[in-house]
Design a protein. Structure first.
Lengths: 290, 430, 294
């Protein structure tokens, strides 16, 4: 910590970013949170005309598809935060310590899907998952994955993980490259075997990077919309909706209910979850620092 | 590093200089959701050329969105008062909302007699009217149908129904079974698009409707009648029967219509395509749609039984509304008027789109184009039968219906569950 | 080259066992196969002739090679706006957004990591939480705000919209990195009389190259493929970006065969690959600086 007390010059560092953040993020977000107490289709010139109090929240509480979307979101976030991060961690360690001749190429290949537009990724995977698509041909089966109530969300998780592993991999790799090598060198001298080195030294040292990846995946998981929309459109019959796509359905879908207030209520729920997790983080940090 | 940052800063500041230049002439902004629909896009290209030539100093800017993203544009635009001068709307719930919000110009008041004469009866289509006045100008008309490949039907040993008639549910099951034996689907079905499900449902209800022409479906959606009666049950039973018999593949439940179902039908993976319509007259595979080889047959939705009345889903497609806040109102009115003129109708027809302003056209001439599907489309629009409306002003009730039917397909709900849910959803109180 | 490879992958010099060697190969190659397959599949789809688009040996080898799909994709235009123009739009928006966000993130992350001000942690948490808000929710309010500032329907609309919700990510990453910089270095600099500004520019920033590189990559990804705001706030077809084009093609009511669509995807990938290849070297160079500090 440089300064012990608040100095006005701090503002110069913070202000530009803060102003933009305020106008283009906070104010719209707050507005939409407030809008969750109103009912509007989105066409009205005065969207604040019809105050309905908690009606939107009651509506989603009573809506069985909301709970399905919530459950799917948790599954999806779990998949992203735990499974995706773990696989990326494992891959980064293997590549880093595995003496690959072309590690750059390997990393680039794995990273590559990240630069593809989610719309494209979704459509291609949709072709693969079709009943008469590649997957069934390889496995010799005739299952309809996309119309399966229980499988649909896992398809989305698979596609999402496929696309974004490289993202985490890059961050992990950067973390590995900035590792303090002294501990590893010492362990080498001591003759420790590879599993001890990896599990007792590397992974603990990578903890901040792991946390970073988990946060990024967590936040991305709650936001994820494109993949769901393209691969299943939340189907069949809303069984693979996640909160973000269900929100879209209520607000913008052609042939949907067209009630944006409900969409805002769903956003409120998302925001609360993340905020709660953030608070948890602060509390945990404070406990650790004691 | 610092130099690099300086450069970045300069570039960033430069963006403020890059901006869309203001135009000196009057620009009429027109939009729709028909991105990718060849017939409409080509027709509009010609309209724009002609209109700009006839109105010097006016430029028409035509922006297209896709069917699925149109509302994402339209809602913020109308809400903030920056909506385009002319914009179409889906009749039904959206029309209701936009009308309530007061964005639309009353067309009945501003239409002159010649314009009205072009439209004929179409100037007073109930779906496009509110409180006795027309607010959306229809441009193109279509019937929603099932299309089949004639050669496949013949190969499977079936006969085509008389023009205007359609197969029954049981006949479709037979066709489906026969098709499966040679590796084809009976029907390509894309129920991820919810209208595909409920439009067929409405059709079946109107077939059974004992009070036709009274719109029993509207009453049901309003919660005025009990859903627990045959007229509402039988269509769900019919759907369930067809699904369980495999008339369409299991994967259909995860398929959308306009990309997957249509795409697979074009690839000849199935005999028929469900919830299709005249909008694709110009997009059908050319080799199956010439005067020498008119290989595609149109028919209405499945009949519940052999003696069900002929029932059609006839409707209008892009229905243009004029923004009441437009500062180019006269030009906007002139434009919309133009799209209903005989000249425009001819352009539509040439591009495979059925113009709604048929009253001003020589129908015999029109029905003799070189596009068989177009000719049949016009014939079907002129065929007598019950009419099903597909645009209701309700937003949530059809959604409940769709969810219910899908759950029956998925096997997670019974028909009784759906009936009960519909009564609850529409607020029917005994 | 030799030297660089060694520096950037010094992990190789630590001894592991043959088992590790084998397992790592199996696992990594397995994942590479899974990653590559759909990409090759797309490539294969794009190279098939439209008639045989549904048949191929081993799913990958087309029965009939044809570039027709590329012709269809290239000539697909939206009211006279073609792919190259849309590329340019994407490049402009992304470059300016990312630059702006990085600059602002550097300065604000510094204030979080090294300066003190009230409600610091609260603000930080709010920042992180805000990123989780799905784009659809902000559409209408943000539309009004962009309209109010008069920048709707221009590049600035997207640039500021992206800046608004991506600055937190930049701050998150850079703050973590700044905080991890050993205190001795900072303290030594202050003892030498360095001001905050000099501390940031001369010491922290050069060390932060890996983090900045990481940031650039992540921000690039989040903006390049962003499609919801691009579709709505850039209403002129001349301003359309690449994801908007792909979305229009992919969900078009006129059937575009999966072959032509795959060709469109391929077309959009190739320039990205080039940018990628150029950028790679800077990224790796940044990595080695991190290793040098020992």
């Amino acid at each position: 910590m440089l300064s012990k007390k608040f100095q006005t010059k701090t503002l110069f560092y913070l202000l530009p970013a803060l102003v933009i953040f305020l106008f283009f993020n906070i104010i719209p977000s707050l507005t939409s949170l407030i809008l969750s107490f109103f009912e509007f289709s989105g066409f009205e010139t005065n969207i604040f005309r019809k105050f309905v109090g908690l009606k939107n929240f009651i509506k989603i509480y009573d809506d069985k598809y909301f709970w399905i979307a919530l459950q799917n979101t948790f599954l999806f976030v779990f998949g992203a935060v735990v499974i995706q991060t773990a696989i990326a961690l494992m891959l980064s360690i293997f590549i880093f310590f595995g003496n690959f001749k072309n590690s750059t190429l390997v990393r680039s290949v794995i990273f590559f899907p990240c630069v593809l537009a989610p719309v494209s990724v979704g459509l291609v995977w949709k072709t693969i998952f079709e009943q008469d698509g590649v997957l069934n041909s390889i496995l010799g089966l005739d299952i309809s994955y996309l119309s399966s109530v229980s499988l649909a969300i896992w398809l989305i998780i698979i596609v999402n993980t496929w696309q974004w592993i490289g993202y985490n991999l890059v961050i992990f790799y950067a973390g590995l490259q900035s590792l303090n090598t002294e501990l590893l060198e010492a362990a080498d001298i001591d003759g420790a075997n590879w599993s001890a080195k990896i599990f007792s030294i590397v992974i603990p040292l990578l903890w901040p990077t792991t946390i970073l990846n988990m946060i990024l995946n967590l936040v991305g998981g709650f936001r994820a919309f494109d993949i769901v929309y393209v691969v299943t459109r939340g189907g069949p019959a809303h069984y693979s909706e996640v909160l973000a796509s269900y929100l879209y359905y209520w607000s913008f879908a052609s042939g949907g209910p067209g009630k944006m207030g409900v969409g805002s209520a769903i956003a409120f729920v998302i925001f609360s979850f993340i905020l709660a997790i953030g608070l948890l983080r602060v509390i945990i940090n404070q406990r650790i620092n004691k | 590093m610092f130099n690099y940052l300086k450069k970045l800063l300069v570039i960033t500041l430069l963006t403020f200089i890059i901006s869309v230049p203001a135009k000196a002439e009057t620009v009429l902004n027109v939009t729709d959701w028909q991105a990718g629909v060849v017939g409409i896009t080509d027709s509009y290209a010609e309209f724009i050329t002609n209109f700009e030539a006839a109105n010097p100093g006016v430029k028409v800017e035509y922006t297209q969105y896709t069917f699925n993203t149109y509302l994402e544009y339209l809602k913020p635009a109308l809400s903030s008062g920056t909506g385009r001068d002319v914009f179409p709307l889906f009749p039904g719930a959206d029309f209701e909302s936009v009308y309530q919000a007061g964005h639309l110009l009353n067309l009945t008041e501003i239409m002159d007699d010649e314009w009205k004469s072009w439209l004929g009866e179409s100037a007073s289509i109930p779906d496009l009217m509110k409180d006795g006045s027309l607010y959306l100008a229809p441009q193109d008309a279509f019937t929603e149908q099932i299309w089949v490949y004639k050669d496949m039907i013949a190969d499977l040993g079936f006969e085509l129904p008389e023009f205007g008639d359609s197969y029954t549910v049981d006949e479709w099951i037979e066709i489906g079974n026969a098709a499966k034996e040679i590796g084809l689907d009976g029907l390509m079905f894309g129920p991820v698009e919810s209208w595909c499900v409920w439009d067929g449902y409405y059709n079946m209800v109107q077939q059974l409707n004992p009070t036709y022409p009274n719109d029993l479906m509207l009453q049901a959606l309003n919660g005025e009648v009990d859903w627990d009666q045959d007229v509402f049950r039988k269509p769900i039973e019919a759907y369930k029967k067809m699904h369980e018999a495999g008339v369409w593949r299991a994967d259909s439940l995860g398929m959308d219509y306009q990309v997957q179902a249509w795409g697979k039908w074009i690839a000849r993976e199935g005999v028929g395509i469900y919830c299709n319509g005249d909008w694709f007259n110009a997009s059908a595979p050319v080799e199956h749609n010439t005067l020498d080889n008119p290989n595609i047959y149109k028919m209405s939705y499945p009949k519940i039984s052999k003696d069900s009345p002929w029932t059609y889903n006839k409707a209008t497609g892009t229905n243009a509304g004029i923004n009441i806040n437009s500062d180019k109102r006269d030009i906007a009115i002139a434009w919309v008027r133009y799209t209903n003129s005989p000249e425009a109708s001819e352009i539509f027809a040439r591009n495979g789109v059925i113009p709604v302003a048929l009253a001003a056209m020589d129908l015999d001439l029109l029905a003799a184009s070189d596009n068989p599907l177009m000719n049949d489309g016009i014939r079907m629009l002129a065929t007598e039968g019950r009419n099903t409306t597909i645009y209701y002003p309700h937003a949530e009730e059809p959604k409940c219906l769709y969810d219910g039917i899908m759950e029956v397909f998925l096997g997670v709900a019974t028909i009784d569950d759906v009936i009960e849910k519909m009564n609850k959803c529409t607020g029917y109180s005994g | 080259m030799e030297k660089n490879v060694q520096k950037e992958n010094y992990g190789a010099k630590f001894k592991t066992s043959p088992y590790f060697y084998i397992i790592s190969r199996i696992v990594v190659y397995f994942f590479i196969a899974i990653i590559i397959f759909p990409l090759l599949y797309t490539l294969s789809l794009s190279l098939r002739s439209p008639e045989t688009v549904y048949s191929a040996r081993f799913f990958l080898i087309p029965e009939e090679f044809s570039f027709q799909n590329y012709v269809i994709a290239f000539t697909y235009n939206f009211h006279g706006v073609t792919f190259p123009r849309m590329f340019l739009n994407s490049v402009i928006v992304v470059t300016i957004s990312v630059s702006l966000i990085i600059i602002l993130s550097i300065f604000s992350a510094f204030s979080f990591s090294h300066l003190k001000f009230p409600l610091k942690e609260t603000l930080f948490n709010v920042m992180i939480a805000s990123v989780a808000m799905p784009a659809q929710v902000l559409i209408i309010p943000l539309f009004y705000i962009l309209l109010y500032f008069g920048i709707l329907n221009s590049y600035q609309a997207l640039i500021f919209a992206y800046a608004g919700f991506l600055i937190p990510i930049g701050v998150l990453i850079l703050r973590m990195f700044f905080e991890q910089t050993p205190k001795e270095i900072s303290e030594a600099a202050i003892a030498d009389g360095a001001s905050d500004f000099q501390l940031l520019m001369k010491i922290l920033l050069p060390l932060a190259k890996p983090a900045i590189a990481t940031c650039v990559i992540l921000l690039f990804l989040d903006t390049w493929n962003e499609f919801v705001y691009a579709m709505i706030y850039l209403q002129n077809p001349e301003l359309h970006t690449v994801p908007v084009a792909l979305a229009k093609i992919g969900t078009s009511r006129y059937y575009i065969s999966i072959g032509a669509y795959s060709a469109a995807i391929m077309i959009t990938i190739i320039p990205v690959l080039t940018i990628f290849a150029i950028f790679q070297r800077w990224f790796i160079a940044g990595m080695t600086v991190g290793a040098l500090k020992h």
